[in-house]
Design a protein. Structure first.
Length: 515
């Protein structure tokens, strides 16, 4: 047909483009792959600190492939479909590149953040003008092999509109039973994706459709502790930024104390992205000094330049973060809670006040419906226990209780702040301040029970970052503490609670004693 159509015809160009795509696809081109398990583990350890769960999963996959290869199994091993879930800056994307290197495969990546059109995944039919294949087939063509490590970034940020739902199109791509016959609308012939190792990344699973989530093996990547951040900076970040700024390691000495100072005073994050940015800012100042710029002369290059606290302050300016928790809750009616966000754990302050009124509950701070119900349950419980807690019942009838959660521009939701709201209310009603070195999390019931919550590791890490050394968590979350690094657990006093009475004993010991 192409021979019969004139070269100048638009249809000739369309057919030629289609045939070029068919020829360029790696239908039978595979990489040899790396089956040396020990070598793969060395590569993973060299590229990333910690992340043992992910490394263990990749090593297990390679071990199974090697055993089946050695024992002559004819059955093709099904590739895992992994989903890395964690806050920004913990190394999800770079880990995919490291996995490809460890397995001896090509690496391709497609970002799905903000994608609204189903045709971005499956391609456009050739009947449309300007039709193109989808991102999956395009990436396979770039990889030049039919078994790359394929990373689908930001799968939790896929949109949907009148053009279709891309997440539904991904169901076929990520289903091992279907993807051996994946049919792109533009290609219109089946292409085998079963050899591809798909890895998806997300900050949270809440926005991922259940059907899509069911097809993936979820691996949680939590935030880093200060000790882990120091190790990552010393092993990877400083060396990377030295090379990026044309500096040699012997020209300066980036001390551990300077790294800790940057972590504590200039960053407040779960990952290490801001830490790397601040290290780069310090090294830019050193580079200017060595090059004879604004900070000195080129003679400075003759000696090793120490990067200490003074040089960090000179490069980064005044301190940005302070451990002000104790100062903020030094009066009755304020309690410190722990919360989980897609960016990692955070601490939040809950403030309560008693104002003249008719016994109503006022809530401000852009609280969600679940959080409002937790506050109502907390007030109801305090009313039933008023006499035992030494609180005058008249206070509930003659006054309104106003609960406010600062950072009012940010929406807040979830039941895990229940114990914090109740403690703040009990504190203002009794006129006793909450312990300043304590943060808490837990859902409450009207029967006075404290129920388990999620995200315990991230919450504990956030409390530690904020300088808090005593945390209250539900007794039924005790097993979650195994995920918290041992060195951090040694620095914290963890109080396990089963009831609201246990919480009040820990947070308001004077009130508990009076009761």
């Amino acid at each position: 047909r192409l021979e019969r159509i004139p070269t100048a015809s638009p249809e000739s160009s369309v057919i030629r483009t289609y045939l070029e795509l068919l020829v360029s696809l790696p239908w039978n081109v595979s990489t040899e792959g790396e089956l040396d398990v020990a070598r793969a583990r060395e590569i993973l350890d060299a590229d990333h600190y910690d992340l043992d769960k992910v490394k263990k999963r990749i090593v297990e996959h390679l071990a199974v492939r090697r055993l089946k290869s050695e024992r002559g199994s004819d059955e093709r091993h099904r590739e895992p479909i992994l989903c890395f879930v964690g806050p920004p800056g913990v190394g999800k994307t770079s880990l995919g590149q490291s996995i490809a290197r460890a397995m001896g495969r090509k690496f391709v990546r497609a970002s799905l953040g903000g994608v609204h059109d189903e045709a971005e995944i499956r391609g456009h039919r050739r009947t449309y003008i300007g039709a193109m294949p989808g991102r999956i087939i395009n990436a396979i063509r770039r990889a030049e092999s039919n078994d790359p490590v394929f990373m689908l970034d930001e799968v939790d940020k896929i949109g949907a509109d009148w053009r279709g739902d891309p997440s539904s199109a991904l169901l076929e791509v990520l289903d091992p039973e279907q993807n051996r016959d994946f049919r792109d609308n533009y290609l219109d012939v089946p292409f085998d994706l079963s050899r591809v190792m798909f890895i998806t990344t997300a900050n949270t699973l809440d926005t991922v459709p259940p059907a899509l989530r069911d097809r993936m093996e979820v691996l949680q990547l939590s935030g880093y502790t200060e000790v882990e951040k120091v190790q990552i900076a010393q092993r990877f970040l400083v060396a990377k930024q030295l090379e990026a700024h044309g500096l040699r390691a012997e020209e300066l000495e980036f001390g551990e104390s300077a790294i800790r100072m940057i972590i504590r005073e200039y960053t407040r994050e779960a990952g290490v992205r801001s830490l790397e940015r601040e290290i780069a800012a310090v090294l830019r100042r050193v580079a200017a000094m060595i090059a004879g710029g604004e900070a000195g002369t080129s003679d400075a290059a003759a000696d090793t330049i120490p990067v200490d606290g003074e040089r960090v302050r000179d490069a980064l300016g005044k301190r940005r973060f302070f451990d002000d928790t104790a100062e903020r809750i030094d009066r009755p009616g304020v309690a410190t809670g722990m919360t989980w966000t897609p960016a990692g754990g955070e601490i939040l302050f809950v403030e309560a006040a008693v104002v003249p009124g008719k016994g109503e509950l006022r809530l401000t701070g852009q609280l969600g419906e679940v959080m409002r119900e937790s506050a109502a349950a907390a007030l109801a419980y305090l009313k039933t226990r008023a006499t035992e807690l030494g609180v005058d019942r008249a206070q509930f009838e003659e006054n309104d209780i106003h609960v406010h959660v600062p950072a009012g521009a940010q929406p807040k939701e979830g039941p895990s702040a229940g114990v914090t709201v109740l403690t703040a209310m009990a504190s203002i009603l009794a006129g006793m301040p909450v312990r300043g070195d304590l943060a808490m999390t837990g859902e409450i019931t009207l029967r006075g029970k404290v129920l388990p919550v999620g995200g315990v590791k991230e919450k504990v890490l956030a409390a530690h970052r904020a300088g808090i050394r005593r945390v209250v968590i539900p007794k039924r979350n005790e097993d979650d503490l195994d995920d918290v690094p041992a060195d951090l657990r040694r620095e914290l006093e963890v109080i396990l609670v089963e009831s609201i009475d246990d919480v009040l004993r820990a947070a308001l010991p004077d009130l508990a004693a009076a009761a």
